[in-house]
Design a protein. Structure first.
Length: 275
């Protein structure tokens, strides 16, 4: 039933998040950054997509460790949980696109695009057709994307301007740049989607870019960016995400669906389970 389905998806998301954060310099800070939105809003709402994000987090950890085969295999497996995870293939495509002058990179991009087209046409065509009908013909807008996109854009701009001042491995620098380029791309597309009143699609895709907030928060603290001490950075990040959580709980139109949250394991004998 639905309890088993939610437990199954929660396992994949939680495992991916803990695995991802455990490889950061400040694991608990990573968990804190993920909590106000990625955990509460996404994982407790879009349960299938949250499993895909959980596998994405595992894949990104492999990438940062230089295990590119495991990275790609885990990335592809996320598509099995939610077809929108096809968007994750933009990460390796952009990565190779930076080195498009190399013959190997060009062949790689062509192969990925061909395989993606075949998979979409044979397995996910109905899904994308129904998604297009649902989101675009109904003008399904996501009002919260402006705030969400603004935070992502802020992180991307800070990194782009200051990346030369930070000590980064080649894998970190490559991954951060790839994510930031995808953020800029979605922000540009969001202007058209807002005009057509169909920003929900861009919003759902942007959820796959949330890990950059966790990674860059950890990196900013570790590098003492702007000559700000690590303790001060940690305090600032904790305060920012605390205010994010409070703001969402107080002003979101849908926060009443989460507060109070009736956990199945803490229901009394006389409580009814409703869905």
């Amino acid at each position: 039933g639905i309890l088993g389905l939610n437990l199954f998806n929660a396992f994949f998301f939680s495992t991916g998040l803990v695995f991802f954060c455990s490889n950061l310099k400040y694991p608990f800070l990573g968990l804190l950054v993920s909590y106000p939105y990625l955990t509460i809003v996404v994982a407790m709402n879009y349960v299938n997509q949250s499993s895909a994000i959980g596998l994405e987090l595992i894949a990104l950890t492999f990438y940062l460790q230089g295990k590119h085969k495991l990275y790609f295999a885990t990335l592809v497996s996320g598509i099995l949980f939610h077809a929108s995870a096809v968007f994750l293939l933009a990460i390796p495509i952009v990565e190779q696109g930076v080195n498009i002058k190399k013959k190997k990179s060009f062949i790689y991009i062509v192969v990925v695009l061909i395989v993606t087209s075949i998979v979409v046409n044979f397995f996910f065509l109905d899904f994308f057709t129904n998604t297009y009908t649902y989101y675009f013909t109904r003008n399904y807008n996501a009002g919260g994307f402006i705030v969400k996109g603004g935070i992502l854009l802020g992180y991307a701009l800070i990194f782009f301007v200051n990346q030369l001042k930070m000590k980064l491995t080649s894998n970190q620098k490559s991954l951060f740049n790839i994510f930031c380029l995808n953020i800029f791309g979605l922000i540009i597309l969001s202007f058209f989607s807002i005009l057509s009143q169909s920003s929900a699609v861009i919003y759902r895709l942007s959820l796959y870019l949330y890990p950059i907030q966790i990674l860059l928060s950890d990196t900013f603290v570790d590098n003492e960016l702007f000559n700000i001490r690590k303790k001060t950075w940690r305090f600032f990040i904790i305060a920012f995400y605390f205010l994010t959580l409070v703001g969402w709980l107080q002003f979101s139109n849908h926060s009443t669906d989460w507060v109070p949250y009736k956990n199945f394991f803490f229901l009394g004998p006389d409580d009814e389970i409703t869905f």
